[in-house]
Design a protein around this ligand. Structure first.
Ligand code: PXG
Length: 289
């Protein structure tokens, strides 16, 4: 594997970041997780928009242009001779001294890892996921906007640990008011009486790129989509439920807190969304080769 660090391509054993990088010392930095399929980068512009927005929100200057970033991404994938996989793109605050002040960091570092992804097991898509509600609340937007895809994912990790300990496939996170925000690394949708619903961004979830693609598919299908404040009740009483994320794509949910959702099997409308999503991943995107 060849890893991009600040313009160089390094083998895995040499791809290292300083212990004085504030990305490590404080989680001070931002990232994106991007997929490429069939030799094309999926939803590249959306990911770059979000990366630049995350950086701007934390006063971090990305030390290259969007065009240079695109070039670096494409070159990294080419160097690894991949056509399908996952890219982890990080921008860290860079090397500084032992103190919070980011001004001690002279230059941000850019790291790009392109890997062939370990997909979620196919049985998860066939059988559907069991989800539990986590006690850990999603961090409040007044403390740190959940729109910043920062290198500090402890809030989500604490919730993920709860889900794992409960033997669940994913964990549902509520906001401080008890409304549904999202899952630890995915957005959530439910279907009921022909309407698709997902929590509004104001509830504290990330504006997921896959979430946006699902809106487009819903429009294509003529399925109305709403973003009301949601509670767990709306999920318990749904006919179908699924999660969306770059890693998971679209994955059916069959229970929440051991209460069966709908028939207890992945729903037929969910299956249509999955099929259309897979078509889009195979047929759209920024060419790599
Ligand atoms: N919410 C959170 C908190 C996320 O981190 C999503 C929703 C879905 O957003 P996208 O844009 O991917 O549709 C994410 C994204 C991983 C992994 O390794 C997690 C994400 C993306 C890629 C990999 O678990 N989370």
């Amino acid at each position: 594997m060849k890893i991009y660090i600040d313009g160089s391509f390094l083998p895995e054993s040499e791809a290292k970041i300083s212990v004085f990088d504030h990305g490590l010392l404080y989680g001070d930095g931002v990232f994106e997780g991007i997929r490429f399929y069939n030799g094309r980068i999926f939803q590249l512009e959306g990911h770059l928009d979000r990366l630049w927005d995350s950086a701007r929100a934390i006063c971090l200057t990305i030390p290259m242009s969007r065009e240079e970033m695109t070039e670096a991404l494409i070159t990294t994938i080419r160097q690894n001779e991949l056509r399908d996989g996952y890219v982890r793109l990080l921008v860290t605050r860079g090397v500084g001294n032992l103190g919070l002040n980011p001004e001690s960091c002279k230059r941000a570092s850019v790291v790009i890892i392109a890997a062939s992804i370990a997909l979620y097991p196919e049985e998860h898509y066939q059988r559907g996921l069991e989800v539990i509600t986590c006690g850990t609340r999603r961090v409040s937007p007044g403390a740190l906007s959940p729109q910043v895809k920062s290198l500090n994912y402890l809030n989500n990790i604490m919730a993920k640990i709860e889900a794992i300990q409960a033997g669940a496939g994913e964990g549902l996170m509520l906001n401080e008011q008890g409304f549904v925000a999202e899952c630890t690394g995915d957005n959530i949708f439910v279907l009921k009486r022909g309407v698709l619903t997902t929590p509004p961004i104001s509830a504290g979830g990330l504006r997921g790129i896959t979430r946006e693609v699902v809106f487009e598919i819903a429009e294509e299908f003529g399925i109305p989509c709403q973003e009301p404040q949601m509670t767990r009740y709306d999920i318990y009483t749904a006919e179908e439920c699924f999660l969306t994320g770059t890693a998971a794509e679209i994955i059916p949910v069959i229970s929440l807190d051991r209460r069966i959702i709908g028939s207890g099997k992945p729903g037929p409308v969910t299956a249509r969304f999955i099929a259309r999503f897979r078509e889009l991943t195979q047929s759209s995107g920024t060419p790599i080769y």
